[in-house]
Design a protein around this ligand. Structure first.
Ligand SMILES: O=C(O)C(=O)C[C@]1(C(=O)O)C=C[C@@H](O)C=C1
Length: 302
């Protein structure tokens, strides 16, 4: 049985994602996202499940930063979960002065809290389930949690299906130490983090390398390198799998152009998206073109 670290404690959205991505495996809660990834790096866990992107609040920056630091890790699978919240209180609570949750969750229920719990002060906790623990301990009055949290903590449900934006989703990754890659499926996503040189047009050039090969970008985030003010790392996701000639070609180009490129994985997409191939950008086009150059070099073609 594999050991899967996840961003916990019990009852987070990430625990649900881990159950979907690694059914039947042993799940080990970690208090923070960096701690879940550190458990994989140290060998204490075989893989980790972490959130990467929410449709309302965008990138989960703790995950991006942890993936770009220390020993490399690669994503081997992903899952998209619908996100709506329950609001939990201690039995007998009559007045709600504080509402606790993960900052991403608080941002997704701001209007609901203003309308239904006027005057309640939002308080950030490390995760949605950590908010449930804190409410149980008497630290805060209400917790905004994943619907499953009520099964783990002795709290009462004040409201369910709470969400300012309907149909919100969060994407989660299963991350391992580098090793065997998942097989290409024809509907894959490749992720990298690139440190571009600090000069005019550097980011535009990186994106052009993708565009001229007809490769569709699916996400772009910038995070500061933290060393020099104004210096950024770019987290770039695009359609395709590293084993495909067209993807190998763009990775080689990015490697040439950037100060540093870290491969963050190629795995099947969970959004049922199909991969768009522009004319002249199919794998066969790349293979044929490379073969043509080889024949020119041998003098077989004028
Ligand atoms: O705190 C949790 O339950 C998490 O799994 C984290 C997280 C996030 O990072 O966005 C996951 C989904 C929701 O959007 C709110 C919080």
């Amino acid at each position: 049985m594999s050991r899967i670290a996840y961003f916990g404690p019990q009852g987070t959205f990430t625990e649900q994602a881990a159950r979907r991505l690694a059914p039947g495996e042993e799940l080990i809660p970690a208090e923070t996202i960096p701690a879940a990834l550190a458990a994989v790096r140290s060998g204490a866990a075989d893989a980790a499940c972490v959130p990467i992107e929410n449709s309302v609040e965008g990138a989960v920056t703790a995950t991006l930063d942890s993936l770009s630091e220390a020993e490399p890790l690669v994503a081997v699978a992903e899952v998209l979960l619908p996100v709506h919240f329950s609001v939990l209180t201690r039995p007998g609570t009559t007045e709600i002065r504080t509402v606790a949750s993960h900052p991403h969750a608080l941002a997704q229920v701001r209007h609901w809290v203003e309308a239904n719990l006027p005057g309640a002060r939002p308080v950030a906790t490390s995760s949605t389930a950590a908010a449930a623990v804190a409410v149980d301990d008497g630290e805060f009055d209400a917790a905004v949690t994943a619907p499953v949290a009520v099964e783990h903590y002795p709290l009462e449900v004040l409201a369910t299906e709470v969400a300012d934006v309907r149909d919100a989703k969060t994407r989660f990754l299963l991350v391992r130490r580098p090793g065997e890659l998942p097989e290409p499926t024809g509907a894959d996503r490749t992720s990298i983090v690139a440190a571009a040189t600090n000069r005019t047009g550097a980011l535009a050039e990186l994106l052009t390398e993708l565009a001229v090969r007809g490769i569709n970008l699916t996400k772009l985030d910038a995070r500061p390198t933290r060393n020099n003010f104004g210096e950024y790392r770019f987290f770039i996701d695009f359609e395709g799998h590293v084993t495909e000639p067209r993807i190998g070609d763009v990775l080689a180009a990015l490697r040439r152009r950037c100060r540093n490129v870290r491969f963050l994985g190629s795995h099947p997409r969970a959004d049922n998206g199909t991969t768009e191939i522009e004319p002249g950008a199919a794998n066969e086009d790349f293979t044929e073109a490379i073969a043509w150059v080889a024949s020119v070099r041998k003098g077989a073609q004028a």
